[in-house]
Write a protein that binds this ligand. Structure first.
Ligand code: GLY
Ligand code: MN
Ligand code: MN
Length: 525
């Protein structure tokens, strides 16, 4: 397919909400005031969460690395915990924060002229001081001496992982590997403290995630405009990437998911290489990063420009799940209760369609609706697309650590089995954990309900299990496999009195209008 770059580059991008202007230079937030990356604010937040009187926080950034057995560089991706305290998005940096003195120092590499000849420069110390709110910018070659000097006055060095403690010539070790030159190395406290700090975003971070959403939303709009001419999933992926790159967002927050037909029922489908012809729907789950901050957006588009009656019915259920759950996002809301609400809407909808059959309460007690809505309603978004959860996952803890089929990895999208759904409904969460799960202003979460018809999953675990099969109408279900799946996903900011949807990609009737305005033009080839 031929990409129409004029269409991609023009449009109404200037009208998008540009809270933070510019690329990787100095930013302004809705005014001409330059805004530096609020590294010091972040460091103070971490210190408050650490709740210690003194000590030194040390974090190395990502070093430059080649691919294995190659002289070609690995794609650079900055370490997120380092970035949170520094704002510097280039290799071979370090950050130190002396807690009692409230002193944040960014350590940057010196670029020799012969390296510069090949790879260009990195920001100078003076430029870094303009861009990042740190107390001082120094060359990393001076870091060992600095740390040696602090060893006599600082009792504890806080690091993220044991293997990130600096290996300093002459600093020595106590023999246990847990000290350097007299400083104790603590690798237990920093990560949980940083997770608690990161889970509530600063205004700067909100602006970044808003910007990532604006770029991704523009890309989703472009896809809708060109959908009727797009031959394959591959063209959708390429076009999405091209729009983001041309608008200054080169990195995607996660691999693009462009799944048509039955591929729409694979949650993290990634091949993106199948033709669209003859398929009903395409699920496009794609979001770029803006200077390390993620967006995460899904739209489900009718490939022919109009939904089939069955696809329309399923899409309407998912839209209702999403609308009602977004309306419930506010300070104090408990996220897993929103998940339970979404599951209840899905249950009622699938009963109406005749896919589920039998007594509603019995179906609810069996958790059978998890066959169709098998993942969590959402997750935090920030420096990671599945961002840190500040100590307690939004949904998993609700079901208890022992619920089968439930992964308890913090911040990740969770597999919700029928047992997990039932456990969640039984509210096995302790009062204390329930309290910790409440949403707070400046958290950003996705709300991303879905209904999927994954034949292998349904046949393997539900149609073959009498406990669930009696609630499923296999004949009715057969007619829904070609629908594949529907997911709708937006990034929602918790505000003091409710929420704000940061995602502006068209959906609902507007999405259908945008798709069908693309009718004037070339046909799919
Ligand atoms: N794009 C991955 C997710 O929605 O969680
Ligand atoms: Mn998501
Ligand atoms: Mn997503």
């Amino acid at each position: 397919m031929e990409l129409d770059y004029d269409l991609i580059l023009e449009e109404d991008f200037d009208a998008l909400c540009l809270d933070v202007k510019g690329g990787s230079g100095a930013w302004s937030m809705g005014s001409s005031t330059p805004v530096r990356y609020p590294a010091k604010l972040h460091a103070r937040r971490v210190a408050a969460e650490l709740a210690v009187d003194g000590g030194l926080v040390y974090l190395p950034g990502q070093p430059e690395k080649d691919l294995e057995d190659s002289d070609q560089p690995q794609l650079f991706r900055q370490r997120r915990y380092f970035f949170y305290l520094a704002g510097a998005n280039f290799p071979d940096c370090h950050i130190t924060y002396e807690i009692a003195a409230d002193r944040l120092v960014l350590w940057i590499p010196y670029v020799e002229p012969r390296q510069l000849l090949w790879f260009g420069s990195k920001p100078s110390a003076a430029r870094c001081a303009q861009l990042y709110d740190v107390d001082e910018v120094r060359y990393a070659s001076q870091l060992p001496k600095f740390l040696r000097g602090r060893a006599s006055t600082t009792t504890t060095m806080y690091v993220l992982h044991a293997d990130q403690a600096p290996d300093l010539d002459g600093l020595g070790s106590s023999g246990s590997g847990s000290s350097r030159g007299g400083m104790r190395i603590n690798h237990a406290l920093l990560r949980p403290a940083m997770d608690r700090a990161r889970v509530v975003k600063t205004d700067y971070e909100v602006a970044m995630i808003r910007r990532a959403n604006a770029v991704s939303s523009a890309a989703h709009r472009t896809i809708a405009e060109h959908l009727l001419k797009a031959p394959s999933e591959r063209d959708i992926e390429a076009m999405f990437q091209a729009v983001c790159t041309s608008r200054g967002a080169r990195a995607q927050a996660y691999p693009i998911i462009a799944g048509a037909g039955s591929n729409a029922s694979t949650l993290h489908y990634g091949a993106n290489d199948q033709p669209l012809a003859g398929k009903q729907l395409i699920v496009l789950d794609a979001g770029c990063e803006w200077d390390c901050y993620a967006s995460d957006i899904t739209r489900t588009l009718p490939i022919a420009g109009a939904f089939s009656p069955r696809a329309a019915a399923v899409h309407a259920i998912v839209q209702r799940m999403q609308d009602e759950c977004i309306a419930g996002v506010r300070p104090g809301a408990v996220f897993y209760e929103l998940h339970l609400h979404a599951a209840a809407v899905a249950l009622d909808g699938l009963l109406r369609l005749g896919i589920l059959k039998g007594d509603r309460d019995e179906i609810a007690r069996a958790g059978t609706v998890a066959a169709f809505f098998p993942h969590g309603l959402g997750h935090h978004v920030g420096l990671e697309v599945h961002d840190v959860a500040g100590g307690l996952p939004l949904i998993a803890a609700a079901a208890g650590a022992s619920a089968p089929g439930l992964r308890l990895e913090e911040g990740k999208r969770e597999m919700i089995s029928p047992q997990a759904l039932v456990a969640m409904g039984n509210k096995s969460l302790s009062a204390q954990d329930r309290e910790r799960q409440r949403l707070r202003p400046n958290m950003i979460v996705t709300v991303e309900p879905g209904i999927y018809f994954c034949r292998e999953y349904l046949e393997g675990y539900f149609l073959s299990d009498a406990a669930h099969a009696r609630f499923l109408d296999a004949d009715v279900l057969e007619g829904y496999y070609p629908v594949g799946g529907v997911r709708i996903e937006d990034c929602i900011l918790v505000t003091p009195d409710g929420n704000e949807n940061l995602t502006t990609a068209p959906k609902g009737d507007e999405l259908l209008d945008v798709i069908n305005r693309g009718r004037q033009g070339r046909k799919r080839v």
